[in-house]
Write a protein that binds this ligand. Structure first.
Ligand SMILES: *[C@@H]1O[C@H](CO)[C@@H](O)[C@H](O)[C@H]1NC(C)=O
Ligand SMILES: [Zn+2]
Length: 294
């Protein structure tokens, strides 16, 4: 009896091991295939219909896009696929960061890190190009990255950010930079951080208030925990998403340069610890953004 039992036990262990091997190798194959798809996708660059409406002359209508985020590093950690998509197509990208991220007293450093990350993401480079052109016409180039240190908008859990104050600040930024489109968090804010969620409600407030103006706003869709940590594999899952919600306008943007997410995040040296490195590798937000019209 005992030998039969041992035999079965042995078979079961072999089985379990093979099942594990199969699962692990499938995941690896899926990762590699997904990465290949993302990188290969970048060869056919001008595809995609997002912000790609043509002017009468046939050239793409260049937008002035404002990213509204809560902390320095939100732009690199969550929005890189969209920022890359836009800068590669020549749109003007602006960032409004509503706090210096001073929860741990590193705010001053983090503000500088945001400028460095923006340079990697080619957000400030637009200023350089423009400055060259604008110099001839003696015009001061506008600042494309604004970081706020407002007494009522301080970084931290449990700090409530007033949506009226937010809406006013965002509106000023829109007017100052002639913004026509906004991209921000959705009402869960990817990680559920209250500052991210409040930023969303600030943009909502603004949209309600200035309904007569033609500001187009998009929110970054927060995914469930399984998709969130599926890395590049999420490109398949998120491309199914737009079909499900046919009544909503949804765009799914692949990161044409996933390396840039790492390079940009690495500029945030004070935040670039091992678990954030892991996060950037495994997070689907490094590889794909799903945007929904607000
Ligand atoms: C937000 O600020 C506005 C004006 O500053 C004020 O009227 C309003 O009561 C505040 N809202 C909350 C929830 O504190
Ligand atoms: Zn944040």
């Amino acid at each position: 009896m005992e030998t039969i039992f041992d035999g079965m036990n042995f078979l079961f262990q072999v089985h379990a091991r093979m099942a594990w091997l199969l699962i692990v190798s499938s995941v690896i194959v899926l990762w590699v295939a997904s990465l290949f798809k993302i990188i290969h996708g970048s060869y056919s660059l001008p595809k995609g219909t997002f912000f790609n409406n043509l002017k009468n002359g046939g050239s793409v209508n260049k937008r002035n896009v404002l990213f509204v985020v809560a902390h320095p590093d939100d732009e690199s950690m969550f929005f890189t696929p969209t920022i890359n998509y836009l800068t590669l197509r020549g749109h003007n990208v602006h960032i409004l960061c509503l706090s210096i991220g001073d929860a741990d007293g590193k705010g001053i450093t983090r503000k500088e890190e945001l400028y460095q990350a923006s340079a990697i993401l080619k957000v400030i480079c637009n200023v350089v190009v423009e400055a060259f052109i604008l110099a001839r016409y003696n015009v001061v180039p506008h600042q494309q990255v604004s970081v706020l240190d407002h007494p009522n908008l301080q970084d931290g859990f449990g700090k409530v950010w007033n949506d009226s104050i937010l809406a006013n600040i965002i509106e000023e930024e829109i007017t100052r930079n002639n913004i026509d489109s906004i991209i921000t968090f959705d009402n869960y804010g990817v990680s559920g951080h209250c500052n991210h969620r409040d930023v969303h409600y600030g943009v909502r407030k603004l949209l309600q208030a200035s309904s007569q103006r033609k500001i187009e706003a998009w929110e970054l869709v927060s995914t469930n925990i399984f998709r969130k940590y599926s890395g590049p594999v999420d490109i398949w899952l998120s491309s199914l998403n737009p079909m499900q919600s046919s009544h909503e306008v949804v765009h799914c943007l692949l990161n044409e340069q996933p390396r840039k997410s790492f390079l940009a995040m690495a500029q945030h040296s004070s935040q670039w610890v091992w678990f954030r490195k892991l996060f950037v590798a495994f997070s689907s937000y490094t590889y794909v953004n799903t945007l929904k019209k607000m």
